[in-house]
Design a protein around this ligand. Structure first.
Ligand SMILES: Cc1ncc(COP(=O)(O)O)c(C=O)c1O
Length: 445
């Protein structure tokens, strides 16, 4: 299985999920779970929607497959136009993939190819952030900032470099003011400036792109501090480096907007996206590039020598169109924006537990950081983390009827990314189940 310790199932039973309806799924034994992770940051509209299933069936009957290699089909054309109309500024050029990692891979290749065409052939390196996850293919894994995930596959693609992420909860002590707190704007400026430092260190003539998520997932939801992305944009302009907004999780309503860049008011050169684009009813990814990045390919014999058989699959693009039609009819984005304060407020109640150090995120996307000592923010050592997360929490939450993710790729966190159709009753259920399990967990330490 994917990212799974196979030996954990030597004795235990693999959870088999057989059915879904709304925000809930059921296993093979008929037990019900609140899907507080949207499958895997995917199920924006929830499970069991026959309208999306019918859109897929209708398209499969009409034209199940045709590639986008020098040909096109109507749903890919329509979806590309729709994405371009929503994407910020001049992001008008859409390249479909089968998923997120392929979109990231495509964006790096496009950035390299673009700079070769505009006479800056040395520009090929990528800057990304510590602990960030960008996918598993060689290029995307190389951009990923999680050494433990990369080690088994070294050597990876060379030329990628890490800068600090925006985890203000663990901001460096030298940024603290006289009162011992860190001003978010000072922190944001510092974190963004580290990108300039990295570009200078590598040589601006060699750096092609910076890959950043609007809210970084791995490590447990790090929203951008105020001014962060505006400063990053300035730095990218100064050094002629492309800003790639990796929105594989953050696009399509997760943060209450079609794109995270829209929420935080910045202009990327490329957006990478996938997951929620179809609410999971079919696999699809999309890279959306600016007119400027597209321009050198518009002439003569130039060709972007890159593609995927299933990129922009007719069934997937038909489902995505239906997904966005429902977004509009059911005012899904507005719903997230209206409910996000209630979601935040309900989760923040957990801060009264000694094991809960921080609750952070935006929209319907939250991380809860667990700590050993709240006053000092001391985290767990490897053994404790293993016992707490793998030995207890993942199973206990699941047994309690809550599907979410206990993750220790950075400091130990619980990740929540529920379907966008959730409301107060779901928020309360999450809080109550988390409270019961985390209280028990604290007692085990
Ligand atoms: C930010 C980000 N980029 C890329 C990926 C890779 O996407 P996929 O698993 O569809 O290849 C993910 C997956 O979780 C992601 O969160």
């Amino acid at each position: 299985m994917h990212f799974t310790r196979m030996s954990s199932y030597d004795t235990a039973e693999v959870p088999v999920i057989v059915r879904g309806d709304g925000a809930y799924v059921w296993d093979a034994h008929g037990r019900k779970y609140l899907d507080a992770l949207g499958g895997l940051f995917v199920s924006q509209l929830g499970h069991g929607r026959t309208d999306l299933a019918e859109a897929a069936a209708k398209q499969a009957a009409q034209l199940a497959f045709f590639p986008l290699w020098s040909y096109a089909h109507p749903t890919a054309i329509e979806l590309a136009a729709k994405l371009a109309s929503h994407a910020p500024g001049d992001l008008n050029r859409v390249f479909f993939t089968s998923g997120g990692g392929e979109a990231v891979e495509s964006a790096w290749k496009l950035a390299k190819n673009y700079f070769k065409l505009v006479g800056k052939p040395m520009k090929h390196k990528v800057i990304s952030r510590a602990i960030a996850y960008h996918g598993t293919t060689h290029g995307a894994l190389s951009i990923t900032g999680l050494p433990g995930l990369k080690a088994p596959f070294e050597p990876l693609v060379p030329s990628t470099f890490r800068v600090p992420n925006t985890n203000i909860y663990r901001a460096p002590a030298f940024l603290e003011g006289a009162d011992g707190t860190v001003d978010p704007e000072v922190f944001g400026r510092w974190a963004a400036d580290q990108i300039a430092v990295a570009i200078e260190n590598e040589g601006p003539e060699t750096v092609a792109a910076v890959f950043l998520e609007p809210v970084q997932n791995a490590g447990g939801c790090f929203p951008p501090p105020p001014g962060y992305f505006q400063r990053v944009r300035e730095i990218c302009d100064q050094y002629d480096v492309l800003l790639v907004s990796d929105e594989v999780i953050c696009a399509y309503g997760r943060l209450g907007y079609m794109f995270g860049a829209e929420r935080y008011g910045y202009q990327p050169d490329i957006i990478t996206s996938a997951k929620g684009i179809t609410s999971g009813y079919a696999p699809l990814g999309a890279m959306i590039a600016s007119d400027r990045v597209y321009e050198p390919f518009a002439h003569g014999t130039e060709t972007f020598l890159h593609g995927y058989t299933f990129g922009g699959h007719p069934v997937s693009t038909a489902v995505a169109l239906k997904n966005f039609e429902i977004f509009e009819e059911e005012k899904v984005l507005e719903g997230v924006r209206e409910n996000e304060d209630a979601f935040r407020g309900t989760l923040a109640k957990l801060l009264d537990l000694p094991i809960v150090g921080d609750v952070r995120g935006d929209g319907f996307f939250y991380g809860i950081e667990l700590v050993k000592d709240k006053a000092t923010k001391e985290t767990f050592d490897e053994d404790e983390s293993e016992r707490l997360l793998r030995g207890f929490l993942s199973k206990a939450l699941y047994d309690a009827g809550l599907y979410c993710r206990a993750d220790d790729r950075g400091d130990p966190v619980i990740q929540l990314s529920p379907p966008l159709i959730c409301g107060q009753e779901h928020f309360d259920e999450m809080e109550q189940k988390l409270r019961a399990v985390l209280t028990e967990a604290a007692g085990l330490l």
